[in-house]
Design a protein around this ligand. Sequence first.
Ligand SMILES: [Zn+2]
Length: 194
Amino acid sequence: MRNGAARTHPRSSRPRADSPQTDDLSRRCDHPGCTEHGGFRAPKSRRSLNDYYWFCLDHVREYNRSWDYYKGMSPGEIEAEMRRDTTWQRPSWPLGRIGLGTDERVLDPFGLLGAKQAPPKTEPAEAPQELRAPLATLDLAWPVTRTDVKRAYKALAKRHHPDANSGDKAAEDRLKTINAAYTTLIRALPATGG
Ligand SMILES: [Zn+2]
């Protein structure tokens, strides 16, 4: 035993993700699927520093990498950061800010934050060049299925059928365009089932 116990170690105001530990051997690592002893605690976020996850050594190390953000900051700077982030609605911690401007990204290395996190934004797939005009004709947005094409075609063919337009020539031409668009799209799309 060391002698300095009378002088309580001052609690660092800088968030520490790993220092205190537990002797509670029944505690399991909070990492999903991990059955190791969860002997290392880690703040759930910089906004709830008294609320902890418990991890095994490997997982607390992994977790702590997300805290590098605070490296080199004074306690005052950290607090300013925390205040600046009052719009955050839930526990989160930063991924870093290189090239991110004011848009803060949230790091959730273990998926512990649940489904609330927004899915990554993906660009909508672009339609093949040769299908763009036919898609526009049928008023469809890529990607489409054969069912989509058939449904759209049916509605348009009915509306533009000469019988429904007193033999109007313009409607007839329009129907030809619709027919061609339909044929192009159906040929381009893979058949599914029957
Ligand atoms: Zn673990």
